[in-house]
Write a protein of this length. Structure first.
Length: 185
């Protein structure tokens, strides 16, 4: 991994799809979704569809549910650096998510507060190792960070991991082992 670290440089957090109307919005619920990845299956068990994990802040705005997704993506096989994205959504939970986990917040926090925390804690300094579920590793770390900061209630990470185990046990879905990625300075 030393060579990958030498080649990798942190990608700035991508906010191109984060609409201005979703900045500085008070989050009502934190949600982590297990989204089905179209056309991607476990090579050893082709009936099990790959699950992608992402976090999100959900809120009501103008009488409808909206959210800001805190997501990760990998651009290419040759670049191990993972890009973090904030994306505005016109729903709370994706219809492509057969499972989701949610919790209320322990203290008031906005979408912009999450962005600022991601920047301060260098959550975009993240490398995929090619061996597992990088999105789950990142989403779990985000939940732990928010719990440690007092934003999410005590026990949130543990509760989330119970949901992860439930998804892993479902024979229709594939959640690769962890860790699939790691943070670096």
């Amino acid at each position: 991994m030393v060579n990958a670290l030498q080649r990798a440089s942190a990608k700035p957090i991508d906010t191109k799809q984060w609409k201005q109307r979703d900045h500085k919005v008070k989050i009502e619920k934190f949600i982590a979704t297990a989204v089905k990845m179209p056309g991607e299956f476990n090579p050893a068990e082709p009936s099990r569809q790959l699950i992608h994990w992402r976090g999100g802040g959900s809120y009501s705005q103008d009488g409808s549910e909206r959210s800001t997704s805190f997501d990760t993506r990998k651009h290419s096989n040759s670049d191990p650096a993972i890009e973090v994205q904030l994306i505005s959504k016109d729903f709370s939970v994706s219809s492509s998510a057969p499972y989701h986990w949610e919790t209320s917040l322990a203290k008031e926090f906005t979408t912009t507060d999450v962005y600022d925390l991601l920047v301060a804690k260098k959550f975009n300094h993240y490398l995929y190792n090619g061996n597992g579920s990088g999105c789950l590793t990142w989403t779990t770390a985000l939940i732990k960070l928010l719990e440690d900061e007092g934003v999410l209630p005590a026990g949130s990470e543990k509760s989330f991991l119970v949901k992860v185990a439930q998804v892993r046990a479902d024979p229709k879905y594939w959640v690769p082992d962890e860790p699939g990625a790691k943070f670096y300075d």
